[in-house]
Structure formats: structure tokens, C-alpha cells
Ligand binder design. Structure first.
Ligand SMILES: Nc1ncnc2c1ncn2[C@@H]1O[C@H](COP(=O)(O)OP(=O)(O)O)[C@@H](O)[C@H]1O
Ligand SMILES: [Mg+2]
Length: 248
């Protein structure tokens, strides 16, 4: 199964071709990294996949369905989640409530009437949610911090909270935008372990080449809006075209 297909995507800003006929596919369960020098088009590609920007031409397919015209919200409902380069968590909620709130959108958060009626089905749903929160916190190494306020955490841990929020709902496709930025060495190792343990398909943009080489199954290399190489990290590392793009 193909989790993500980008087909002939082009985006231009005035005269600049930010993306030019970009095509690649990501099979289900793969961790695919997008790399390339500054201005290569990585952020633009991410925006096209997540639905923040419409391409001038080309298509984006998620699990075989054409989502090119869909809003970010519709894509989220279809199982796509993303994290941002600048962390977005609720500072005044605890770590556990940050993750719980990522599960509330399907309804059942409810008001007074819902609390008063407290149907058994509703209680079961709440229990299942709390269990899922603990599971995700454990996966991300956040269990000891579950009752801490997110605002009180250093940036690296806030990023892990954001990741936990994105994972809570078992996304089918996870987009990570520069996930190591702000992480210290231990947190970077933890992040790599979390990603390795996921069954979710991951597309990540990252400039830390060591992290990319260790974490990704497959790399897509962009330069000046074009795919100049793709393949497993071991091949990309020694590809003369890639070296020229970075050094040139
Ligand atoms: N909103 C924009 N308006 C005009 N030009 C843009 C805009 N966003 C990106 N670009 C241009 O498109 C190209 C690709 O940018 P970007 O996707 O941000 O690259 P990367 O993330 O790989 O550094 C660059 O030449 C950049 O200057
Ligand atoms: Mg960028």
C-alpha cells in the first residue's frame, strides 16, 4: 500500500519555481526524509502535503485518495497529522491533558448534561482515552512528567509533548517539520527511538544529517525545487550529485 504519493507537483512564487514536477511515493510504514539545501523547496513541499498550499499543478494522494483539493482539516480527519517547526502546545494544561485534548475532537468531551447522564458507554470511552494517553506518554518518555504544566518544560520536552499529541489519535501519516530543533542529545536519541517504534508512515524534513541518516528508511533529495536523488541513506550519503548540491 502506498501511504503517500506526490505526483508532478509544481509551485511557483512569481518567477521562482519553488517546486518543479516533484514526484515520489512513500510506502506504508516507511520513514521518509526530505533533505536539501536552503531554498530547495522542503517547506513548500510540506505545505502542499499538509494542505496549507495548493500546487499550481500535480496531485497529492493519501492512501490512494486524491486530497489535492482538501483542506488541512479534512486531511487531518483522513489521518494526517503534523508537528510544526515552532512548538505548539497548551502551556496551561498538564502534559497528560495536552495529549488527552488531542483525542477529544471526536466528541464526548461534553458539558454538564453529558456528565450528569454519565452513560456507561461514555465512561468506557473516557477510560479508553486515559489508557491511550498513558500509552503515548510512555512511548515518548513523558510518563514521569504527566502532571507537569507544559509551559514549565524546556523546549525539548515541549516538542516531545507535541509529538505525543500528534501520535495520540494513531495517525496514518505523520509529518514532522525539523523535529530535532531544540532537542538536546538525549532527547534526540529518544526521538529517534520513538520514530523507530512507530508503525505509522512518517515524512520528515530535517537538517541534522546524522539524525536523518540514522532514522530514515528512504531519502528524497531536493535542490532548487527538483528531486535530484532518492534512495536509501547509505546510497544518498555517497551520491556525487547530492554532494555537489550541498557543497556547490
Ligand atoms: N511565500 C513565499 N513567497 C515567495 N517565495 C517563496 C515563498 N516561500 C518560499 N519561497 C521561495 O521558494 C523557494 C523554496 O523555499 P522553501 O520551500 O522555503 O525552501 P526550504 O524549506 O527547502 O529552505 C525559495 O527560493 C524561496 O525563496
Ligand atoms: Mg524550510
Amino acid at each position: 500500500m502506498t501511504a503517500l504519493a506526490v505526483e508532478g507537483v509544481s509551485v511557483s512564487f512569481g518567477g521562482v519555481m519553488a517546486l518543479s514536477e516533484v514526484s515520489f511515493t512513500v510506502p506504508e510504514g516507511q520513514v521518509c526524509g526530505v533533505i536539501g539545501p536552503n531554498g530547495a523547496g522542503k517547506t513548500t513541499l510540506f505545505d502542499v502535503v499538509s494542505g496549507l498550499r495548493r500546487p499550481r499543478s500535480g496531485r497529492v494522494l493519501v492512501a490512494g485518495a486524491d486530497v489535492t483539493g482538501d483542506s488541512p482539516v479534512r486531511r487531518a480527519r483522513a489521518g494526517l497529522r503534523r508537528t510544526f517547526q515552532r512548538t505548539q502546545v497548551f502551556g496551561r494544561l498538564t502534559v497528560a491533558d495536552n495529549v488527552l485534548s488531542a483525542l477529544e475532537w471526536r466528541g464526548g468531551g461534553g458539558g454538564l448534561l453529558a456528565d450528569l447522564t454519565a452513560l456507561p458507554a461514555r465512561r468506557r470511552l473516557e477510560a479508553a482515552r486515559r489508557e491511550r494517553v498513558s500509552e503515548v506518554l510512555e512511548l515518548c518518555g513523558l510518563l514521569p512528567l504527566r502532571d507537569a504544566y507544559a509551559a514549565a518544560l524546556p523546549v525539548g520536552q515541549r516538542r516531545l509533548v507535541e509529538l505525543a499529541r500528534a501520535l495520540a489519535d494513531r495517525p496514518s501519516l505523520l509529518l514532522l517539520d525539523e523535529p530535532t530543533s531544540g532537542l538536546d542529545a538525549d532527547q534526540t536519541v529518544r526521538l529517534r527511538e520513538v520514530i523507530a517504534a512507530l508503525e505509522t508512515t512518517v515524512l520528515l524534513v530535517e537538517h541534522d544529517m546524522g539524525f536523518v541518516m540514522d532514522t530514515c528508511d528512504h531519502l528524497v533529495v531536493l535542490d532548487l525545487g527538483k528531486v535530484i536523488a532518492e534512495g536509501p541513506p547509505s546510497e544518498i550519503r555517497t551520491d556525487p550529485v547530492v554532494r555537489a548540491a550541498y557543497l556547490g
